[in-house]
Design a protein around this ligand. Structure first.
Ligand code: ADP
Ligand code: MG
Ligand code: MG
Length: 209
């Protein structure tokens, strides 16, 4: 694909729902030692509901799809991650408004706005052992590739998220439930950084098709 149109965003969210369902046990397992063990269940339930809603409604353009998905996450995911991912999608929708399809540069703006929304809402910085540790490098990688073809840029963005995810292992958590453990949170990969990588990997694969 050369750009993300409505059908691409729909395909992305459907693939993400598949992957989150497949990784449900793993994501919850990551959340067990440093949280409450529900991240996989939260994400799989939320994105299954997103897919069902989008199949029924077929919103008109990328912004409408992203906004509808955000609303579903808000109402179906109780944990910290629900409102944060809803914010990401809603801010991305704001940047996508009026565009029938999103170029690499457009999506770079969308993802950057989404991350800014998460940071504003959750107050996490890079290094606090959260989803921000995967999303921030992904945004940077994308911004450096604004003029590149979509599939290559999104692959690089997903790879940067993967590295950021892996880098959360030694960190001490400073936000969210894991922060209650203090130093004992070190040595575990952050579940939210893991789901963020999964979402961006699904988008890269969608763009490559
Ligand atoms: P809960 O902790 O409420 O059970 P989840 O388990 O679904 O929610 O999500 C936990 C994930 O949410 C963490 O792994 C972390 O990545 C992310 N998270 C928690 N608090 C914040 C925050 N303030 N900013 C960014 N991400 C956060
Ligand atoms: Mg949890
Ligand atoms: Mg919870």
């Amino acid at each position: 694909r050369e750009a993300l149109d409505r059908d691409a965003i729909l395909a992305w969210l459907a693939l993400a729902a598949d992957r989150l369902e497949a990784e449900k046990a793993n994501l919850s397992e990551l959340d067990r030692p440093i949280g409450d063990g529900d991240h996989g269940v939260n994400m799989a339930r939320g994105f299954a509901a997103v897919r069902a809603k989008l199949a029924a409604e077929q919103p008109a353009d990328p912004a409408a799809v992203l906004k509808a998905a955000a609303m579903v996450l808000l109402s179906t995911v109780g944990g910290a991650s629900g409102p944060l991912y809803a914010t990401l999608l809603l801010q991305a929708a704001g940047k996508a408004t009026g565009k029938p399809s999103l170029s690499t540069a457009d999506w770079a703006d969308c993802l950057a706005a989404g991350l800014a929304g998460i940071v504003q809402r959750g107050k996490a910085a890079v290094g606090d052992k959260t989803m921000v540790d995967a999303l921030d490098p992904a945004v940077r990688a994308l911004d450096a590739r604004r003029d590149q073809p979509l599939a290559a840029a999104l692959a690089a963005s997903a790879e940067a998220a993967r590295e950021g995810m892996a880098a959360t292992v030694p960190l001490v958590a400073r936000k969210g439930r894991a922060s209650y453990l203090g130093e004992r949170s070190a040595g575990h990969q952050d579940p939210g950084a893991t789901s963020s990588h999964l979402l961006l990997q699904a988008l890269a694969e969608t763009a490559a098709r």
